[in-house]
Design a protein around this ligand. Structure first.
Ligand SMILES: NC(=O)c1ccc[n+]([C@@H]2O[C@H](COP(=O)([O-])OP(=O)(O)OC[C@H]3O[C@@H](n4cnc5c(N)ncnc54)[C@H](OP(=O)(O)O)[C@@H]3O)[C@@H](O)[C@H]2O)c1
Length: 254
């Protein structure tokens, strides 16, 4: 408990799944949290839950494809809580899936816009504010897909998410001297809306489960605890990493 006491955090993709659970864990650990996503009602219910548990949070709804939205999230952190220490840039989309020879330019570009460009725009404004207060920690949600694992039919997802690893390294090198740490978390399969949408039959779920050494998929809470580690001062000498939290999917060949 209290690992984020006096810290101020932004969490995107907070309306469901990994982001929602992580925002609640951050708040339980003492952080004041600005939560973002497009669905206002889901954000409002999250803020109510956090407050009912004794924490503090505000919701700012918007679309991560807009640079102005990232400015608004940072402005909300500063206006409500005075600073920004932590950013979990987690909003993401599978994007247009299917045979790559049939994927449209618009579909490919949109996956890049949501998964990669938005993360760059977020970090641009977050780091500007963090530097003013002596440092901070940025965490991006990437994935094992396109890094240590390949699937057919998800080229836009794999390309956009693996781009985050280069972004992580570049920002970590550039802003390390100003005490900014930047890391990417690479989940294996996690039981969320996105996972259930991708794996809508028991056969598909059995196939995905078997890819992991642990022979199960993760609960969102298991990702949240790893994000908490990277965000917190427990990881004070950890930067520029691609941190696999994949239940051993990357080393499994059976
Ligand atoms: N589940 C897995 O197996 C898995 C594995 C590896 C990586 N990931 C990554 O984990 C992250 C979280 O996904 P999840 O599994 O927790 O699925 P999820 O429950 O579907 O969450 C996706 C989140 O992203 C937000 N989002 C999507 N597009 C957005 C946009 N244009 N603007 C603002 N917010 C947007 C959604 O909110 P709104 O719809 O309200 O906007 C939602 O909160 C994603 O980046 C995903 O790629 C998931």
């Amino acid at each position: 408990m209290n690992r984020l006491i006096d810290k101020v955090a932004i969490v995107t993709g907070a309306s469901s799944g990994i982001g929602r659970v992580t925002a609640k864990l951050f708040a339980a650990e003492g952080a004041k949290v600005v939560v973002g996503a497009r669905r206002q009602a889901e954000l409002d219910s999250l803020v109510n839950e956090i407050k009912a548990a004794g924490g503090d949070a505000v919701a700012v709804a918007g679309d991560v494809r807009s640079e102005d939205y990232h400015k608004a999230l940072v402005a909300a952190a500063v206006k409500n809580y005075g600073k920004l220490d932590i950013a979990f840039n987690n909003a993401g989309t599978l994007g247009e899936a299917g045979p790559s020879t049939e994927v449209s330019e618009a579909g490919f570009s949109d996956a890049l816009a949501i998964n990669l460009t938005a993360s760059f725009l977020a970090a641009k404004h977050q780091i500007t504010e963090m530097v003013r207060h002596g440092g901070g920690s940025v965490v991006f949600t990437s994935t094992f897909v396109g890094y240590s694992f390949a699937f057919p039919g998800v080229a836009a997802y794999a390309a956009s998410k693996s781009g985050l690893i280069g972004l992580t390294q570049a920002l970590a090198a550039e802003y390390g001297p100003q005490n900014i740490r930047v890391n990417a978390i690479l989940p294996g399969a996690v039981d969320t809306d996105m996972y259930r949408e991708m794996n809508d039959t028991s056969d598909k779920q059995a196939f995905i489960t078997n890819l992991h050494a642990l022979k199960r998929v993760a609960a969102p809470e298991e990702l949240a605890r790893s994000v908490l580690y990277l965000a917190s001062d427990d990881a004070s000498f950890v930067t520029g990493t691609a941190t696999l939290v994949d239940g051993g999917a990357s080393i499994t060949r059976t």
